[in-house]
Design a binder for this molecule. Sequence first.
Ligand code: CP3
Length: 341
Amino acid sequence: MTKTILRALAGETLETPPIWMMRQAGRYLPEYKATRAEAGDFLSLCYNPELAAEVTLQPLRRYGFDAAILFADILLLPQALGADLWFVTGEGPRLSTVTTQADFDKLGRGEMIHDTLNPIYETVKILRRELPEDVTLIGFAGAPWTVATYMIAGQGTKDQGPAHALKAENRPLFEALIDRLTEGTIDYLTKQVEAGAEVVKIFDSWAGSLKGEDFDKYALEPARLITSELKSRFPDLPVIGFPRQAGDKYIGFHKATGVDCVAVDDSVSPEWIAENVQPGGCVQGNLKNTHLVTGGQALIDETKHVVEALSKGPHIFNLGHGITPDADPENVQIMIDAVRG
Ligand code: CP3
């Protein structure tokens, strides 16, 4: 029997949508915090295949989701290209910046990334051995634009100002970085699939700050290139795109990029998604993650609302963005029960 997520990705409308959750392995779970402490810190956890596989499996044991997402991070690729990367507790990631030609020239390319990323492929192999047979394994990478925003600023930013500034002041350098990341992402995802990832997802968390032609050039086009290259290597591989906060640019995203599924955030209503995005193919989303903090009847009502509004086409239930550390683990079970009835 084909796994439910793969059926939805192939365009089938299912009676009950399959479900998984962005950041399903994470700090809202006490067992995650314990394993992270054992590893030492977040990056050591990412690069320890046994422990990274363990935290990937933890939410599966607790909740029986339909998919597991590889435990890693979108910023491991810049690190593999030669950027320094570290995490400041309570604040987030820090990287050495790429704002000049000299910075760019220090980045590597090609096969060298695998020297750093090999433990990640090891995690994928362990997971394929250990996952229950009805659970789908999702690999992932950041989209070039989103990863570039962190590399250019050296950290997360509210408005991606430094990346927009580099784009305006030195477009050739900016575009060279996007191209290098596109190439690296294809190599990275290819190895994940060879190791056993059954689906890949491209996270473009900051796509919403690209407007007009910039969106087409730096969000759509890299997603199209990555998808078409992966599909030429693996014709049956389903790809999920997540151009977060793309607004009207969600419309036509399936067709323009070739992705099988578009993940949609919670800035638009499920009715809007049903009308404007789902006609293009499978959609994923889009419960607001704060319901997992506040719970109660609103959590149940809103979960059922999302399921009902998207029930007439292919749908994978998920949040609009990752679960937050202050979420109550019990609310996750309540959400799953509301989806599965
Ligand atoms: O979804 C999953 O459970 C799979 C693993 C995963 C992580 N990060 C683990 C993680 C995935 C898919 C990501 C994607 C990611 N990482 C994105 C895109 C998705 C999104 O959320 O918009 C981005 C922008 C990053 C970069 C990143 N990593 C930031 C900004 C931070 C700090 C913010 C925070 O929550 O602390 C991280 C750290 C991170 N990545 C954590 C986890 C579980 C928390 C680390 C910890 O344990 O302290």
